[in-house]
Design a binder for this molecule. Structure first.
Ligand SMILES: Cc1cc2nc3c(=O)[nH]c(=O)nc-3n(C[C@H](O)[C@H](O)[C@H](O)COP(=O)(O)O)c2cc1C
Length: 191
């Protein structure tokens, strides 16, 4: 099972670096597997620590893929790291083992601290739609335009029926990125 989370790592300037990652739990440890190249990977290897942030503010997922990576954070309690203020819960991790790979290394972490900040309010379809679209945006260069258009039309239904202001804002950032990508392709074709 994969859980979609926001991983905060510490960058070369000692600031928080924010990026979405799907994580797994294996034998009591947390597995994070970044594709190379990845700033998060470099940070995780350099500082050997990470924070898993569980948040329902899907703007942070969409923002990471559309150039909006500055969100309020506070210092982690037990490790060198940062916690998103928007986290419903967070877990602080220490790197225990690295299985290196030229494409996608596997990083295994031990949980050293865990905090619940506020209650989970329930599932929201628009939030899921934003996360799905964010995954598509992270793969724009690999997907046929027809698939993107078809998925977009389907996901739009959940947005129209169930979104609040944060989901609509995140959706707008992602669809703008897709529109710009398509315009660039059409521009290239005409050139
Ligand atoms: C929901 C979601 C899950 C993701 N999971 C992964 C992942 O497991 N591994 C990965 O390399 N990228 C994943 N990505 C893409 C990264 O977030 C994206 O490439 C990001 O820019 C990380 O790069 P960075 O470490 O250089 O910031 C995911 C994106 C989304 C929206």
């Amino acid at each position: 099972m994969i859980y979609e989370t926001i991983i905060t790592s510490v960058d070369a300037n000692q600031q928080a670096h924010i990026a979405p990652f799907g994580i797994r739990e294996e034998d009591g440890r947390v597995l994070i597997a970044p594709y190379r190249p990845s700033v998060s990977l470099d940070n995780l290897l350099a500082h050997r620590s990470a924070v898993i942030n569980l948040t329902d503010d899907v703007r942070i997922f969409a923002g990471a893929l559309t150039g909006r990576r500055t969100w309020p954070v506070s210092k982690a309690e037990k490790i060198h790291g940062y916690v998103l203020d928007a986290a419903i819960a967070h877990r602080e991790l220490a790197l225990e083992e690295v299985k290196d790979d030229p494409v996608r290394p596997s990083l295994y972490f031990r949980v050293v601290h865990e905090v619940n900040h506020r209650p989970f309010k329930g599932f929201n379809r628009a939030q899921s739609a934003v996360i799905e679209l964010a995954v598509l945006v992270s793969r724009l260069h690999m997907l046929p335009i027809g698939k993107i258009d078809a998925e977009l039309a389907y996901l739009q239904i959940a947005i129209d029926k169930t979104a609040g202001p944060r989901e609509l804002e995140a959706w707008g950032w992602l669809t703008e990125t897709i529109d710009n990508f398509k315009a660039a392709i059409n521009g290239d074709n005409q050139a």
